[in-house]
Every structure is written in structure tokens, then in C-alpha cells.
Design a protein around this ligand. Structure first.
Ligand code: NAD
Ligand code: UDP
Length: 314
């Protein structure tokens, strides 16, 4: 049985990935320091004999027997803006030292590795939709830069290890993804809006709600992540993974109010968040072509499943 390491495997995306890889017949080691992950996300996996959880920081040397790992998915990093701004130094370290640590292990044991980057490396984009060849418009010195710049460093480090040491690595740039297992207090827009709506609390929009995002349902993302790792010919490639259907944040709040049949009022703040990207939408032509991948779940279906999940948590 082939063995896989998932760093950040207790988190929102990582827990779904671990579950899916176990179903595919792999043995999975999940490494996580629980800084933003919810232990409950892996509760059902702990009884699986092919699953092992190791509570550890990815910036530290690995203490388990990693020599027979075939694949490494490196997802360990806070991802919600609230989380990474509250844990700014830890975020810098997870994406810099943590990525270097993982790249060195991949080099040592000749494992295939996938590095999770983000649409944030495009900053507040001046090109729309964003293609992988766009260099971005990111601020190196501001509240989001602990995340954006450390992810950019992770990409640069991957480039060096690919070219200097010939490792077998690929990068994915994940665009806004949502679904069950996202902590309800994680601060991201979909978890916030749904939980406010089902509790009848005011829905707070930063700015006038005209900023856009493109939302990918978690099952679609996980299938894209696996294709980026397992498809032949992906060494050295970068893939945008996200759903290209783009929505204004104001329209998202209306849809969630409608789907939850909520009486919540919508409140607009006076200003956008500092350095908030005003528009974001992936060009997924490359993933469609090479990975034969595209999202299948539309926003309404995905929101309904996510609403059910949060209602069941209450
Ligand atoms: P999450 O916060 O739910 O999960 C991240 C996990 O990594 C958590 O369990 C956390 O405890 C763990 N972690 C953080 N630092 C660590 C460290 N130093 N050592 C070990 N574990 C550590 O976030 P997520 O949404 O699941 O994001 C997973 C990955 O995907 C991240 O790399 C993130 O940057 C990337 N990403 C996510 C999105 C999205 O929309 N969800 C978008 C772009 C990129
Ligand atoms: N947002 C909002 N209210 C919230 C949370 C987020 O208006 O309670 C807005 C936020 O300002 C941003 C968008 O929704 O424009 C997406 O924010 P999120 O934190 O989900 O992630 P981002 O895409 O910024 O990383």
C-alpha cells in the first residue's frame, strides 16, 4: 500500500483530501499542529488502520519514519484572512521554513510533492480572469503580506528545488473554496454569512459588496488536487484550481439569505478591508487541458450542502 503525507491534514481542505485518499486505497499520514485545524474534522478517520495522525509543526524536523512516503501534499498554513492575520508569524514560517522542510524531504526520499499556493499571490489583480502566467499585483508590506509573500516564497523555493535538485514537484493555486469542515468561526465569507443567516444575526459586508470572488465546492477541489498530483506530465507545472463562476459579495449574501429563509439584515461597512482584492476569478484553461478537470458543483448546490452541515452542528 502506497503511503502519503498530508500536511495540514486536519484543516478544512486537508481533512477532505485525507478522507478521499483513504477511500482510494492509500495509507495516509496526517501531520498538523492544530493551529487552525479542528480536530473533529478527522474524528471519523482515526479508527481507520490506514490513517495516522501526528501532531507536529511542519517547520520542525519530522520525527516519524518518513522514508517510505511516495507522495507529499503540503497544505499546512492558516488560510482565512482572519486566521493568518492573527497568526502572522506562524503563517510566514509555515510557508517558508515549512515548505523548505517539505521540499528537502521530497528531495531526500524522492517523493512526489504538491505545494498548495493560492490565488492571493495575484494580489489585487489587474488582469482578469487570472491565468497562471500573470505575475500579480500583491503588496509586500501590509496586513495580507504575511500570507501572500510567504506563498510567493513557497513558489520560488519550489522552482529552485525543481531546477537545482530535479525533484518531482507541482504547485496548485487554490481559489476560494468552501464546504463542510470549514470552522464556523473561521472568518471566511461563506462560513460567516451562513452562520449569521441561520442565527438571524446581521450579515456584515466589508465595503459596498461589489468585490467579487469565485467559489469552488470542496469535492471539486479535492478531485483537482489529486489530478494535479497523479496525472502524468505535471512535474514543474502550476495549476489554478477554482470555479470560474464569479459573484459579487453582495449577491452572495442575498443568495444565502434566500436559501436559509433568513430574516437577517445586511449591514455594509464604510470601507473595504485593506488590500482586499476587488475581483478574483480563475482562468482554468490549463487545468481543463492537462488535468481534464473542471468543477461540477454549482454555487446553489454547494451552498445547500454547506448550510445543512452548519445546521447539523448547532
Ligand atoms: P485551514 O486553516 O482549515 O487548514 C490548514 C491546516 O494547516 C490547519 O489544520 C492547521 O492547523 C494546519 N497548519 C497550519 N500551520 C501549520 C504548521 N506550521 N504545521 C502543521 N500544521 C499547520 O485552511 P484550508 O482552507 O484547509 O487551507 C489549506 C491550504 O490550502 C493552505 O495552504 C491554504 O493556503 C490553501 N488555500 C486554501 C484556500 C481556500 O479557499 N480554502 C484558498 C487558497 C489556498
Ligand atoms: N467578507 C465580508 N464579510 C465577512 C467576510 C468576508 O464582506 O464577514 C468579504 C471580504 O472583505 C472579501 C470577501 O468577502 O472581500 C472574501 O473574504 P474571505 O475572508 O472569505 O477571503 P479572501 O478571498 O479575502 O481571502
Amino acid at each position: 500500500m502506497e503511503k502519503i503525507l498530508v500536511t495540514g491534514g486536519v484543516g478544512f481542505i486537508g481533512s477532505h483530501l485525507c478522507n478521499s485518499l483513504l477511500s482510494d486505497g492509500f495509507a495516509v499520514v496526517c501531520l498538523d499542529n492544530l493551529i487552525t485545524g479542528n480536530r473533529g474534522n478527522i474524528k471519523s478517520l482515526l479508527t481507520n488502520p490506514n490513517f495516522e495522525f501526528i501532531e507536529a509543526d511542519v517547520i520542525k524536523p519530522l520525527t516519524f519514519d518518513y522514508l517510505n512516503l511516495k507522495y507529499i501534499f503540503h497544505l499546512a498554513s492558516p488560510a482565512s484572512p482572519i486566521d493568518y492575520q492573527n497568526n502572522s508569524e506562524e503563517t510566514l514560517l509555515a510557508n517558508s521554513l515549512g515548505t523548505l522542510n517539505i521540499l528537502n524531504i521530497a528531495k531526500e526520499i524522492k517523493a512526489k510533492v504538491l505545494i498548495a499556493s493560492t490565488s492571493e499571490i495575484y494580489g489585487d489583480p489587474l488582469e482578469h480572469p487570472q491565468k497562471e502566467i500573470y505575475w500579480g499585483n500583491a503588496n509586500s508590506f501590509g496586513p495580507r503580506s504575511c500570507y501572500d509573500e510567504s506563498k510567493r516564497f513557497a513558489e520560488a523555493a519550489t522552482y529552485v528545488f525543481l531546477n537545482k535538485y530535479g525533484i518531482d514537484a507541482r504547485i496548485i493555486r487554490i481559489f476560494n473554496t468552501y464546504g463542510p469542515n470549514m470552522r464556523k468561526d473561521d472568518g471566511r465569507v461563506i462560513s460567516n454569512f451562513i452562520n449569521w443567516a441561520i442565527n438571524g444575526l446581521p450579515i456584515k459586508i466589508d465595503g459596498d459588496g461589489s468585490q467579487t470572488r469565485s467559489f469552488c465546492y470542496i469535492t471539486d477541489l479535492v478531485s483537482g488536487i489529486k489530478k494535479a498530483m497523479f496525472t502524468d506530465g505535471t512535474r514543474g507545472e502550476i495549476f489554478n484550481l477554482g470555479n470560474p463562476d464569479e459573484f459579487k459579495i453582495g449577491d452572495l449574501s442575498n443568495k444565502i439569505i434566500e436559501l436559509t429563509d433568513s430574516k437577517s439584515e445586511v449591514i455594509f461597512s464604510n470601507s473595504f478591508r485593506p488590500d482586499d482584492p476587488m475581483q478574483r476569478c480563475p482562468d482554468i484553461t490549463k487545468a481543463k487541458g492537462i488535468l481534464k478537470w473542471e468543477p461540477k458543483v454549482d454555487l446553489i448546490d454547494g451552498l445547500q450542502k454547506t448550510i445543512e452541515y452548519y445546521k447539523d452542528l448547532k
